[in-house]
Design a protein around this ligand. Structure first.
Ligand code: ADP
Ligand code: MG
Length: 243
């Protein structure tokens, strides 16, 4: 149903000089859906996420968030409604965990300190880090830092969360704690686009898996369909290598 369409990406293209990185990407995300984007390095996955929140401006096409077109002119308001979780956490190293999660609520949303503190405590509990409010990023493991980054995004009440390889910078033993938080979010009905190589997450949490290659969506389907009978030979080859 169109009224539940939260993110609507229509025919987005992007080139860097002669390199066409996105060659017309169309995808839609309904409220509560998790879509996992997979594909080889350089296929345009990060560029797609960056175009969605205009860290990179698309060359053509339209992107709508909850029915409103995302444009340079309204980008700050739109960004406040999208959470972005990066591979390298992007925490403020000079702020402790409490302030990392609290600052955007106060500066961007205008929340007062008491409300922001309360919300921060809730979100830290949700990611299992209520004990770490006073710690600085350098005192945390990578997995803990990424969970703080997720709590920070959640505290902004995003209508959609975008993840760009959230576990790629982590040692394997720290990946699980971040994946479990993401699985819980998916189960709780968060709307999410997740670029990841974590096929266990894709299999378990994705409503749909999108396979990108060379700036195109080559194939998309349910985890069952993609893992058991991907039609496209490239998709099959990719899944066999990675799974
Ligand atoms: P992925 O995330 O799937 O690995 P990217 O979206 O990061 O792919 O990159 C797609 C292609 O675009 C790559 O060839 C990359 O080198 C190129 N690219 C990405 N960002 C830039 C940029 N700012 N300037 C020039 N080329 C870029
Ligand atoms: Mg990338």
């Amino acid at each position: 149903m169109s009224e539940s369409l939260i993110l609507d990406v229509r025919n987005v293209t992007k080139r860097y000089d002669s390199l066409e990185v996105l060659k017309g990407i169309t995808l839609g995300l309904n409220k509560g859906e998790t879509k996992v984007v997979i594909g080889p390095s350089g296929s345009g996955k990060s560029t797609l996420l960056r175009c969605i929140n205009h860290l990179t401006t698309p060359d053509s096409g339209e992107i709508y968030l909850d029915g409103e077109e995302i444009r340079d002119a309204n980008i700050n308001a739109m960004r406040a409604r999208m959470g972005f979780v990066f591979q390298d956490f992007n925490l403020f190293s000079h702020l402790n965990v409490l302030d990392n999660v609290r600052i955007c609520q106060m500066k961007v949303k205008g929340a007062d300190k008491k409300a922001a503190t309360h919300r921060t405590e809730q979100e830290l509990a949700r990611v299992g880090l209520e004990e770490k409010a006073g710690a600085y990023p350098a005192e945390l493991s990578g997995g803990q830092q990424q969970r703080v980054s997720i709590a920070r995004a959640l505290a902004m009440d995003p209508v959609v969360l975008l993840f760009d390889e959230p576990t790629s910078a982590l040692d394997p033993e720290l990946t699980g704690e971040v994946v479990r938080v993401m699985q819980q979010l998916a189960a709780d009905g968060m709307t999410m686009v997740v670029v990841t190589h974590e096929m266990s997450f894709a299999r378990q949490a994705a409503d749909e898996i999108i396979f990108m290659e060379n700036g195109h969506i080559v194939e998309q389907g349910s985890p069952d369909a993609m893992f058991t009978s991907a039609n496209n030979e490239r998709t099959r080859a990719f899944l066999n290598v990675i799974a």
